[in-house]
Design a protein around this ligand. Structure first.
Ligand code: TYD
Length: 211
């Protein structure tokens, strides 16, 4: 089988990281080589950009600067990590990708989907995931999970209405790209979500094998 590029998306606190770990184990038991990575970050340079973006003190950052920094971090990540891993034939699982910029900057910051898409097409050379798993949970619920754990970075500290826009943005994208984005109800138990994801991946693997 050739390589696969899977992205995982959702509002802050939707529970992505736990499930990414499970998914990694699941694929490794099937003898796949898995590369797990995340955005913003994933390379030395991208992690530096991440620190600038998420720094709680950078309150004066303009929305366009924010969008361009995410895209810059992504450009490095695609070239240095994602594309080489795909060329090796790995299954790449990336925690957030262009869809995050579409909803956080495009909708949350009101820059518009079109503008965000243009800068990201430039940044990624139009690389698109084979599959995107969208963790769908109301921000009222997911934000409580974060607040219980930590103080939150610059984006997480945004008010509830911002996160509601992000959540609605993800629902827009799921409608715009029904073949690529699979929405799962992330308000349920860890065990149920894990089962759902394993099923989705089994289906994807069998369609890939038959093509
Ligand atoms: P992170 O701590 O990685 O959040 P999470 O664990 O929820 O993934 O912080 C990333 C933050 O950056 C998160 O609030 C979402 C936001 N973000 C954007 O606004 N645009 C983007 O393109 C990306 C990748 C992330």
């Amino acid at each position: 089988m050739e390589s696969l590029f899977i992205t995982v998306e959702g509002t802050d606190g939707a529970g992505k990281s736990t499930q990414i770990e499970y998914l990694k184990e699941f694929l490794q038991t099937k003898e796949f080589t898995v590369t797990i990575t995340r955005e913003p970050g994933g390379t030395r340079i991208s992690e530096k950009i991440r620190n600038i973006i998420l720094d709680k003190n950078n309150i004066e950052m303009s929305d366009r600067t924010e969008a361009l920094l995410y895209a810059a971090s992504r450009a490095q990540h695609v070239e240095e990590t994602i594309v080489p891993a795909l060329r090796r034939g790995d299954i790449v699982i990336c925690d957030r990708f262009v869809d995050s910029s579409m909803v956080y900057q495009g909708r949350g910051r009101s820059l518009g989907y079109e503008a965000v898409k243009i800068i990201n097409d430039f940044a990624t050379g139009q690389l698109e995931p084979d599959l995107t798993i969208l963790f769908d949970v109301k921000p009222e619920i997911s934000l409580k999970r974060i607040n219980a754990k930590k103080k939150g970075d610059r984006l997480e500290r945004e008010k509830l209405s911002f996160h509601q826009e992000v959540h609605n943005g993800y629902r827009d994208l799921a409608k715009m790209f029904p073949n690529r984005i699979i929405r799962i109800d992330a308000s349920r138990s860890v065990k149920q979500i894990r089962k759902d994801i394993e099923l989705i991946i089994e289906n994807l693997l069998s369609t890939k094998e038959n093509t």
